[in-house]
Design a binder for this molecule. Structure first.
Ligand code: ZN
Length: 168
C-alpha cells in the first residue's frame, strides 16, 4: 500500500514535471539545446552560419581587394567613334590626340599622369569636357554629338584588333 502510494506520487510528480516542461516550452527547450550543444547538436549550425557569414565577408573583401588592385593596374583607353573602335592608347604615356568624330566634329583626347579626358570639343554642349578625367577600369567619357566614346579598359580586356570587343 505504501509502495503504491509512493509510485502514484512519483508518477504524479513526473506528470507535473512534464506539464511544467510543456508549459515552460522555451525554457525547457533552451535547457535541452544547451545540453545538446555540448555534443554539437545546437552549436554546429550556429558555427556554420558564422562561417558562412565570415566566408561571405571574406569573399566580398577579396572581391573588393581584387577590384582595387585591378583598378591600380596599368590600363589603357579605348576610343570608339560611332561604335567602331578607332584607337587604343596606354594610360601610362602622356599624349594628346585629336579624335575625328561623327559628322566632322572633333574632340581632343588628353592623356596625362595616367588619366584621360576630352577637351577642345567641337560639339555644341561640351558636356564631354565636364565628364572629368578617367583612369579607373570601365570609366567612360562620351561625346554624344560626335559619337565619341573613350573608355578605360583592362590591360588584357581588349585585344589590339578589338575584334572581340563590343563598344557601347
Ligand atoms: Zn562633346
Amino acid at each position: 500500500m505504501a509502495d503504491e502510494q509512493i509510485r502514484m506520487q512519483e508518477s504524479a510528480a513526473a506528470e507535473e514535471a512534464a506539464a511544467r516542461e510543456a508549459d515552460a516550452g522555451t525554457a525547457a527547450q533552451t535547457g535541452e539545446q544547451a545540453e545538446k550543444s555540448r555534443d554539437g547538436g545546437r552549436r554546429r549550425p550556429r558555427k556554420a552560419e558564422v562561417l558562412v557569414l565570415a566566408g561571405l565577408l571574406l569573399a566580398g573583401g577579396a572581391l573588393g581587394l581584387f577590384l582595387l588592385l585591378n583598378r591600380q593596374e596599368g590600363t589603357k583607353v579605348q576610343v570608339s567613334v560611332s561604335g567602331q573602335i578607332v584607337a587604343e592608347y596606354p594610360l601610362s604615356r602622356d599624349r594628346t590626340e585629336v579624335i575625328e568624330g561623327a559628322g566632322g566634329g572633333t574632340n581632343t583626347l588628353v592623356i596625362e599622369d595616367g588619366m584621360a579626358w576630352l577637351t577642345d570639343s567641337t560639339c555644341p554642349d561640351h558636356l564631354c569636357e565636364y565628364m572629368g578625367k578617367i583612369s579607373q577600369n570601365y570609366e567612360v567619357v562620351i561625346c554624344l554629338p560626335n559619337e565619341v566614346v573613350v573608355q578605360v579598359i583592362e590591360p588584357d580586356g581588349g585585344s589590339d584588333d578589338g575584334v572581340d570587343v563590343v563598344a557601347g
